[in-house]
Design a protein around this ligand. Sequence first.
Ligand code: C2E
Ligand code: MG
Ligand code: MG
Length: 624
Amino acid sequence: MPGRNVGADAHHRGGWSEAPRPGAGTDRSAPCAACGAPPDTEAERLAAALRASESRFRAAFSDAGIGMALIDRDDLVIEGNPVFAAMLGREVAELPGMHIHQIIDPEEPSRHHYRELVRGERERMRAEKRLKHRGGREVWGRVTVSLIRDGAGEPYYTLVMVEDVTERRQLGDRLAYQALHDPLTRLPNRTLFYERLEAAFKPDGEDGPAGGERRIGLCYVDLDGFAAVNETLGHHVGDQLLVAVAARLEHGFAREGRQLVARLGGDEFAVLVTGSTGHQQLTRLAAALVADLERPFEVAGQRLTVTASVGVVERPVRGSTPTDLVRDADSTLYWSKSDGRARWTLYDRDRGADQLTRHELAAALRPAVERGEFTVEYQPLVGLADGAVRGAEALVRWNHPRYGLLSPDRFIPLAEESGAIVPLGKWVLEESCRQARQWLDGFPEQPVLVSVNLAPRQIWDSDVVADVAEVLERTGLPARLLQLEITESALLGPSGRPLQALQALADTGVRIAIDDFGTGYSNLAYLSRLPVHALKLDATFIEAFRESAPGADGRRRAADEQIVGAMVQLAHALGLTVTAEGIENAAQAERLRQTGCDTAQGWYYARPGGPELIAGILRDQPRR
Ligand code: C2E
Ligand code: MG
Ligand code: MG
């Protein structure tokens, strides 16, 4: 047998790497270059022949930048070069005599191909293989094996060349991982989610229980009020909160091969259940999700509480599609939101039939601005001391050609998300200012201001200061008759610093009001340092003033009233006026007047209406 035990022969250790350089010997029967002994075994004659006749090859072999080895027909290493040895974490001298399976994983089909090669049935093979590094390090090689035949054309030995592709492969793995996972939370991302979803609908997917019909379930999870956390406490804290939420979801709800927890983007997550057993499994899961997320999170040294809204769909795979499932989960999530948040809702086909999805609405928004499908209604702001109208809040509506009049709660958040709020908000601003100028023209001795809502994104992403100046100029409305309503959460820019635009806006002479005050995180002392002129107390905040506030006993109501009273006093001391929102009855109005609130707004005075509503009141009310 050629080559057997070549490596075990002590006087050849070091082999070719210590052989003379090219041109040193060409005779096939030359004595061993390493020790001068005459060749004895057939293997030695082989090695000697190679040394003699292929000195060029030999130099290339030992100096090669890639790993190389010669393997005899019994799968034993004849020689390996230094690079090859290094890939295996070994010395060159250790290699001769090692079995190929001690070096490279012998799995099929490459094992089969190798056998063909050794039998002379194939000249060359290539494979990417994991090498057996002595230290256990992960080393991957692109292996090319060529058959070398003897003078008679018989298989003689094989030449193995190995290129180290570990780094490329690890990078490939990392790229593949990155392509399918969200970098922030490390959860599976939208792409992986859709991959799994599509796979679950494939006909050859696994069967349902006992081979029955296959079912699938999906919980669409959206955090409530996450934007407020993000904007008030900074994106850094927001991110950490998302990481904590993701960890809790994954820990509690991911089940290998059955339940996938993914982050779909922003504060949206999904739990995909393949092979579900019925509605009950999913509603139980959804209830657990809602409950689990209600436990407070410790983030950045703070205790944060969020709630989640969940849309739930569960159905047989047959007769549905991934697109249907996702669309219905999305609608259902929206029902959860509009039913008051912090809850789950199970998809209901009847309710779904005529429902718009959020995506459909979002896509339709921008063109609708251009087509002029929006209108503005106005709700009077009434002085509590004398009942006179002091201004009107502009509230946008979408006159949708198919779905009728849509309230802003349905589309403002979508417009905000998609950026359509910028053109829409600009239009509302211009329309409202134009209208206010008409009131001023009609009733010059009763100037009323118009109060326009500004979304956070309008302040951050658009040149709102220039827009306001331009609109005032174009419409001829005096700056003092424009009030801009900004929510607390919009006061801090993404950088965590107060908005620079705020000062610039105030400098143009418009009033700044903080909308929905009492629902966010900011405090009055902080607000007083900003160029703010008015507070609008959120309707929920003054719930206590409702004659029969549900669940609030007398003592608690009295305490709430005292808080509001103290806040009004403090606001006045800081030079802010106070408006109460959501006044629905006379008793509320009276008690708010007693606390010293300046103005009020609510159904008790008037529901929002067209511009003629305000003009009518101005016409009828006694001159101030
Ligand atoms: P908001 O600025 O707090 O507006 C007050 C909301 O309370 C309005 O709802 C108003 O119709 C409603 N409301 C008034 N009186 C009462 C009452 O006595 N009881 C109750 N329960 N509700 C009352 P609307 O018009 O549906 O607007 C909802 C929100 O949509 C607004 O809340 C505002 O945040 C946003 N919004 C409206 N128009 C615009 C806009 O042009 N731009 C932006 N960015 N947001 C807008
Ligand atoms: Mg408002
Ligand atoms: Mg408000």
